[in-house]
Write a protein that binds this ligand. Structure first.
Ligand SMILES: Cc1cc2nc3c(=O)[nH]c(=O)nc-3n(C[C@H](O)[C@H](O)[C@H](O)COP(=O)(O)O)c2cc1C
Length: 438
């Protein structure tokens, strides 16, 4: 079969990720119009963008925190953009990457349609021409397809890192025994991970999972041990159960506990990093080796700039005013249009517009207009019609984005938990149309 992707040079040609210089978004322009909390004499102003829980959190001391090694990749700062379905395609990754540094994971790619060469799946697995390292999240429930998918991705030099998704809590996935249900069958989990690792050659494989199904069935200790035993390069824990969905606060103590169990590979912590200081707090509290950042960067890709700052021992800059947010949003929309076509992109961009404009004055009215746009020109007009000098609303710093609150009773196939020690893939679990993520 022919190559699925064309690319200059394989993984081996590029070597480990270069440390990046800080590339702030048009910092000059921002400085001209924005206030600088560090120069302000008023303590209240200084604290305006810092959550209560972070008031006493200092930036990193020199040498206090180290890069995280994911196989041959040295990631500094130890920050990973969380895989997010429908979000972390390469236009979004490129916007985030320009702000800061770290590892930027693709949206989830399902193994079976990838192996079958379905055009839509291949498109989602696109990387930008300059993107390095190339990090892809794979979802699969059947060791055979996972192994084949990895063989293909690696054989064609398409990726430098593969993350595997075992955290999806969506009903239509778990009810078929997929996603976050898989770790409840540790032997199946082991076989899937083994299929990935043994076919990945030198490309590091990591796994990402939740704490368990619910509080009565916690699976993360087993998942961590399996990751370690099977040769994963790191494990990542979203510190909530599937029953919790995105509700309540992530339970960082579970990250600390996992760190006490998984000794030989890095443990990455995930859940509720809304401000850069949260990442430092998570690392100091839990001893984890790096952080995975999800919803906090939705509509706020400069969170990666702030993260780079605090890990380098600098106070972060003030967040951008509306005019600069609009510039970032529009550049994001342009890249999305170039990648998927203007019409499609304008529809896909609606949720991004909601996130970019969150909390700004009159944003509900502005959004009514932004939700109807059909062209980039209309989108630009919608953003340009708002006061560019409006400062970033402090209330928008910790507002949850991307998923609504609420818990669930996790739906599993009939009898699923009565036979936890089987390694068989549940027959209908290979939900090829799965697109809802984790
Ligand atoms: C819109 C959206 C899509 C997501 N899709 C995926 C996915 O495809 N794979 C995955 O492992 N997790 C997925 N997640 C979960 C995130 O990777 C992350 O674990 C979760 O949001 C918790 O981190 P946070 O508190 O920083 O947001 C998704 C989350 C959101 C909000």
């Amino acid at each position: 079969m022919g190559s699925l992707w064309r690319r200059e040079g394989g993984a081996a040609d590029r070597g480990p990720a270069p440390r990046r210089e800080r590339l702030p978004w048009r910092r000059g322009a921002a400085r001209a119009t924005s206030f600088d909390p560090r120069r302000a004499e008023d303590d209240d102003v200084q604290a305006i963008y810092k959550g209560e829980m972070n008031r006493d959190v200092p930036v990193a001391e020199p040498g206090e925190l180290e890069p995280v090694s994911i196989g041959p990749l040295e990631v500094w700062p130890p920050v990973v953009l969380a895989p997010m379905a429908g979000v972390t395609n390469w236009p979004f990754r490129s916007i985030c990457r320009e702000q800061g540094a770290g590892l930027y994971v693709s949206e989830m790619i399902t193994a079976r349609p990838l192996v079958e060469g379905r055009a839509k799946t291949l498109k989602l697995a696109d990387f930008g021409p300059e993107e390095s390292p190339r990090s892809l999240q794979l979802y699969g429930v059947d060791p055979h397809y996972v192994g084949e998918a990895v063989k293909r991705l690696v054989g064609e030099g398409h990726v430098d890192h593969i993350d595997m998704n075992f955290g999806c809590p969506v009903r239509k996935v778990t009810s078929k025994g997929g996603g976050s249900a898989i770790p409840a069958r540790p032997l199946l989990l082991r076989d899937i991970v083994r299929a990935a690792v043994t076919n990945a050659e030198d490309v590091p494989v990591t796994i990402k999972f939740r704490m368990g199904i619910d509080d009565s069935l916690l699976t993360y200790e087993d998942a961590g041990r399996i990751g370690e035993d099977e040769g994963c390069a790191a494990v990542a824990l979203h510190a909530r159960t599937a029953a919790q969905l995105y509700d309540g606060e992530a339970r960082w103590e579970a990250i600390a506990h996992l760190k006490s169990i998984v000794k030989t590979i890095p443990v990455l912590g995930n859940g509720d990093i809304w401000e850069a200081w949260d990442a430092l707090r998570m690392m100091r509290q839990t001893g984890c080796d790096g952080v995975v950042v999800g919803r906090g960067c939705l509509g706020r890709p400069w969170l990666f700039r702030d993260l780079a700052d605090v890990f380098e021992g600098r106070e972060p800059q003030d967040p951008p005013r509306f005019g600069e947010v609009a510039e970032i949003a529009l550049e994001h929309a342009r890249r999305l249009s170039a990648w998927m076509g203007e019409e499609h992109a304008m529809r896909a961009f609606r949720r991004f517009s909601t996130w970019y404009t969150k909390g700004f004055r009159g944003s509900a009215k502005m959004r009514q207009r932004l939700m109807r746009v059909r062209t980039l020109a209309e989108l630009e007009a919608g953003y340009r019609d708002h006061d560019p000098n409006e400062p970033f609303p402090p209330t928008a710093m910790r507002v949850a984005r991307g998923k609504t609150a609420g818990t669930q009773k996790v739906s599993l196939p009939q009898g699923f938990l009565e036979d936890r020690l089987t390694n068989a893939t549940p027959p209908v679990a290979a939900a090829a149309d799965m697109h809802s993520g984790g």
